[in-house]
Design a binder for this molecule. Structure first.
Ligand SMILES: C[S@@+](CC[C@H](N)C(=O)[O-])C[C@H]1O[C@@H](n2cnc3c(N)ncnc32)[C@H](O)[C@@H]1O
Length: 234
């Protein structure tokens, strides 16, 4: 059941990405957020799969333009991406076709995935859980579609992320004005949505049904990389 505030806020959030689809595609394609996502892909530690050996079926929830989805597909894994923005799904499909990769993209809310239980070996979500109206419902839905023993990983702002820290980080790392603006924009979004203390993120992931949770901080401590294992039914 949605509260009055959610009834107003959720369509605004949807419209942000739908109207700004082109902007977000460019924003996330290069610069500090793109580098961070590349680091996240490495951190997942999935092997490069040659000719299908060791290939995993992996779901990307809130895939947006699919930059991270494609990075994992390039490693030989079988990727599926879902996003609730029709324009971003179209962009993700177009960029994927252009690169000659094969990825299944679906338009779907993360809170209600169009897949059977235990469909995938793993799932991840980058820059989404901190933003959605229902983080626990979204994570539980991800757990539902992962086989026991599979993984779920997420990338979200740490409680310290702020516009002033984003500016400090940009200065220290000699980011261009354009990249600084990108990072500050993310910090503004984080301030307006959710930033996680360690205990809150751990509690959320445990409630969703994850065990063996690993958390690491990145980008001057402003960002969490988190992952856990799906132990059984959530
Ligand atoms: C900051 S973008 C991140 C895109 C992509 N994960 C990346 O890191 O490049 C957030 C994405 O989440 C999507 N999104 C927001 N709420 C969602 C929801 N409830 N279900 C599915 N996707 C959602 C938006 O449409 C947008 O594409």
């Amino acid at each position: 059941m949605k509260t009055g505030l959610q009834l107003v806020r959720d369509p605004i959030k949807w419209a942000l990405f739908e109207i700004g689809a082109g902007y977000y595609t460019r924003k996330l394609a290069t610069g500090p957020e793109a580098d961070l996502r590349q680091d996240f892909v490495e951190w997942l530690g999935l092997p490069q799969s040659e000719r299908g050996d060791g290939a995993r079926s992996i779901l990307d929830v809130g895939c947006g333009p699919g930059h991270v989805t494609r990075a994992l597909a390039r490693r030989g894994h079988a990727l599926t991406g879902v996003d609730r923005s029709p324009r971003l799904v179209r962009i993700a499909k177009r960029w994927t076709r252009r690169e000659g990769l094969s990825i299944r993209f679906e338009r779907s809310p993360g809170e209600n995935l169009p897949f059977k239980d235990r469909t995938f070996d793993g799932a991840f979500t980058t820059g989404v859980i901190y933003f959605v109206e229902h983080p626990l419902r979204t994570l539980r839905e991800m757990v539902r579609v992962i086989r026991p023993g599979g993984f779920i990983a997420s990338l979200d702002p740490h409680e310290s992320m702020s516009t002033s820290l984003a500016r400090d980080y940009s200065r220290e790392n000699r980011l261009s004005r354009r990249d600084t603006r990108k990072l500050v924009t993310w910090a503004i979004t984080a301030e307006m949505n959710r930033r996680f203390k360690e205990e809150d993120l751990r509690a959320l992931l445990a409630k969703a049904g994850l065990s063996n949770v690993t958390l690491e901080r990145r980008m001057g401590g402003m960002v969490w990389f988190s992952r856990g294992v799906v132990s059984g039914r959530a």
